[in-house]
Design a protein around this ligand. Structure first.
Ligand code: GLY
Length: 378
């Protein structure tokens, strides 16, 4: 069916069912984020982004990123997938609430960070960076349209956090001066945010039908995970964590389900043994993701080389992988997928990989139970 004739349906329960409609971000006006407390904890210690915090990215780099994003959209459209785009703001504007002010905003390249689609609901996440407080505005026209066109669509927004100084731990920066410090803190589940209010980015949630796995890390606190649990009472919500990641933010370069019964895990960020049991008990296999093809992320990128595993699944047999990530392509090919290579490294610095840069609107399929055997207390 042609894209223009497709009826609007909001429905997506997992990361692999046949994809019909998606949002792909834009790089326009993207800023290097200001070093507010939560950003400071995430930007790599040796990154040039620290010196350039709060400045514009070059127009030339924005154009290159947009060329790859547009090309990605064309690839999806050629497969009959409807693609929508957000409305970028002038992110160079300072923003404030009654509690705080920051010198600029950030980006609308990664819609996955803020929009969580669970069934017929699209939920705007709280977010935890001050510079991302207004991200939702970039998507409001689209969500309003889906709300008008699909009588079953549920449009929800999690409580906006206040993000006062009480939301961030004092002295965290001093306690995390080296990568070793960071790993020690992460292993102790000691993250930048406090528990004064619920916080989560949508990209911390891995959707597997009735089960939602949520990374407890830099952008989701335990109260945020509890909020998700109470908000989706028909789901089972599992908090997971990854001690090997010095910058734990967003689950989709760490643990990625590929199809029912198969997931890949970043070998440097292994899911702890006790948290794997639910997968094994339900006959899931967890394979180590292939090594990235690059030793370094591109310049001014706040993600790691593991965007290699940040793939977009089109259906249980077809997957989009970044074009230069030959090892990841080879692994998925051997696992039985048709691999669609998509050039995307120029877009990485603007907010992540192919999964980050998208948010599901419609995948065929319904809510299934892939983990009928549960583990008590998890
Ligand atoms: N959290 C995305 C990354 O690995 O950089």
């Amino acid at each position: 069916m042609g894209e223009e004739k497709q009826k609007t349906i909001v429905n997506s329960w997992n990361e692999w069912d046949p994809l019909k409609h998606i949002i792909v971000g834009k790089a326009d006006n993207c800023m290097i984020p200001p070093l507010e407390p939560a950003v400071d904890a995430k930007v790599p210690l040796d990154s040039e982004m620290r010196r350039l915090a709060g400045t514009r990215r070059s127009q030339e780099s924005v154009d290159r990123a947009n060329t790859q994003l547009d090309n990605f959209c064309d690839t999806l459209r050629k497969r009959g997938i409807r693609v929508d785009r957000p409305a970028p703001l002038d992110f160079s504007q300072p923003v404030q609430t009654p509690d705080w002010k920051v010198e600029c905003m950030f980006t609308c390249m990664p819609p996955r960070d803020i929009l969580l689609t669970v069934g017929n609901e699209i939920l705007e996440a709280t977010m935890s960076y001050r510079c991302r407080w207004f991200d939702y505005l970039c998507y409001r026209d689209l969500l309003n349209k889906y709300f008008e066109e699909d009588p079953n669509m549920k449009w929800e927004a999690a409580p906006k956090p206040r993000l006062t100084d009480a939301t961030y731990k004092p002295g965290y920066k001093e306690r995390s001066r080296t990568e070793e410090d960071k790993l020690r803190l992460v292993a102790a589940k000691d993250f930048i945010t406090t528990e004064v209010e619920p916080l989560f980015d949508a990209a911390e949630v891995m959707r597997c039908g009735k089960d939602l796995f949520v990374q407890h890390g830099m952008t989701a606190n335990l109260k945020g995970i509890e909020w998700i649990r109470r908000h989706f009472p028909n789901h089972r919500v599992h908090a997971v964590n990854f001690p090997g990641d010095p910058y734990p933010i967003h689950i989709d370069a760490t643990l990625v389900p590929l199809r029912p019964g198969l997931a890949m895990n970043n070998p440097y960020r292994a899911l702890p043994e006790e948290q794997r049991q639910i997968f094994y008990k339900n006959d899931w296999e967890i394979v180590d993701a292939a090594k990235p093809a690059h030793d370094e992320p591109p310049p001014l990128c706040y993600s790691s080389v593991w965007l290699s595993m940040n793939v977009l699944i089109i259906d249980p047999r077809t997957v989009c992988v970044e074009a230069s990530e030959v090892y990841q392509q080879e692994q998925l090919d051997k696992l039985g997928f048709e691999v669609i290579p998509v050039p995307f490294r120029d877009a990485y610095p603007f907010g992540g990989g192919l999964h980050c840069a998208t948010a599901d609107v419609y995948r065929e399929g319904k809510c299934e139970d892939y983990f009928p055997k549960q583990i008590e207390g998890f």
